[in-house]
Design a protein around this ligand. Structure first.
Ligand code: SAM
Ligand code: SF4
Ligand code: SF4
Length: 348
């Protein structure tokens, strides 16, 4: 589809942090609500009926999100991922996709979703300009998935979402599986087998200590090397080079030609040195690390009479002062950080 590109103010000027890392990609959380209660992300004891989600007026409007993205594109951001909570719960998401796809410099526009609402929205999202989709799926048996997601869902519905995305032209679909010892590590071989020969790329993710509500313990982390060994024992693998700069997944191909599989080793082999990602929460706070304690609130500026120049200067100050490398320092920390932002709030 041909689209009219919206030019951003000024020339593209990459901004670098104190460790000389450029700002290249942005994750935008469009809602803090979710239709699941994955035990490792939004445990029901904390996110039950009494939990107060962000009120509607606190959320950034699509126009405000697009304005932030336009200013960031002028500072080197070329990749945007929409996430949540569950992003497909945000009404009329394809309209936001269309607005972001029209911004000059944004050439990769992706979505991470639990897939439940994907089948009926995939084509509209693709037509609006979405370029890629990642679907989270932690098991292939209903009983396993229901225990993890703490909701009466069916695997079939998520698989239908993946098929619809591929059918709409969003192939290859990436499938994120968070592997947690004692919960679903036994599901890894079946997941690998299922996605071999499909063109979709399964990515095995180490369980992370994001937030403070999931009761994370190191013993439940299955190191990426262990997961790969389990897969390679049945289907030999060979390492592949990164597809793009700053890619977080380590890629491998099946030697028998069945496709690709990846691992994300945030705990066992952190990649802070090449971390070029900022996060924007649904209520307009910028976080420079997944494990940050505090964000930088853009709303006062966004909702004032200030122009894009002031917004650009604020972003330059935020990124320019960045020195985060939480994962690289985790092993050396004497005790875990007591306060951290929750995953469902900034979207992974
Ligand atoms: N609801 C959408 C979904 O599940 O895809 C998008 C938001 S979710 C927070 C984004 C990703 O973070 C998902 O792939 C999810 O599995 C992952 N995630 C959540 N908590 C995690 C944790 N503690 N460790 C590793 N990954 C986690
Ligand atoms: Fe919801 Fe995604 Fe978190 Fe699961 S991982 S509770 S689907 S936001
Ligand atoms: Fe980036 Fe923070 Fe993760 Fe390190 S810990 S890779 S700085 S988000």
């Amino acid at each position: 589809m041909r689209r009219v590109r919206i030019e951003h103010p000024g020339s593209r000027r990459p901004v670098r942090d104190l460790l000389n890392r450029p700002l290249r990609d942005l994750r935008v959380s469009v809602t803090d609500r979710c239709n699941l209660r994955c035990r490792y992300c939004m445990p029901r004891e904390i996110y039950g009926a009494a939990h107060e989600h962000l009120p509607r007026e606190e959320l950034l409007s699509f126009e405000e999100i697009a304005r932030v993205v336009r200013v960031l594109a002028a500072h080197g951001v070329s990749k945007v991922r929409l996430t949540g909570g569950e992003p497909l719960l945000r009404r009329d998401l394809p309209r936001l996709v269309e607005m972001l796809a029209a911004i000059e410099g944004i050439d990769d526009l992706a979505l991470t979703t639990n897939g439940l609402l994907l089948a009926r929205q995939a084509q509209r999202l693709r037509d609006a300009g979405l370029t890629r989709v990642t679907v989270s799926l932690d098991a292939l048996e209903d009983a396993d998935l229901r225990a993890i997601a703490d909701a009466p869902i069916s695997v079939e519905r998520v698989l239908a979402g993946i098929d619809a995305a591929a059918g709409a032209g969003l192939a290859p679909v990436k499938v994120n599986m968070v592997v947690r010892r004692g919960h679903n590590e036994h599901c890894v071989p079946a997941m690998a087998e299922h996605f071999r020969h499909t063109g979709h790329v399964l990515r095995l993710i180490e369980y992370m200590d994001v937030g403070t509500t999931n009761g994370w313990v190191l013993d439940e982390v299955v190191p990426a090397a262990e997961m790969l060994t389990a897969v390679a024992a049945r289907w030999p693998l060979a390492a592949l080079p990164p597809a793009r700069e700053g890619e977080v997944a380590e890629r491998h191909r099946y030697l028998d030609g069945a496709g690709e599989i990846g691992v994300i080793s945030s705990i066992s082999a952190p990649f802070c040195g090449s971390c070029t990602r900022a996060r924007l929460s649904a209520d307009g706070r910028v976080y420079t690390c997944l494990f940050a304690v505090q964000g930088h609130d853009l709303r006062p500026l966004l909702r004032s009479r200030s122009g894009d120049r002031a917004l650009a200067e604020q972003i330059e100050r935020i990124w320019g002062a960045r020195r985060d490398r939480y994962s690289a320092e985790r092993a050396r920390a004497s005790r875990p950080r007591a306060r951290k932002v929750e995953m469902s709030y900034i979207g992974g």
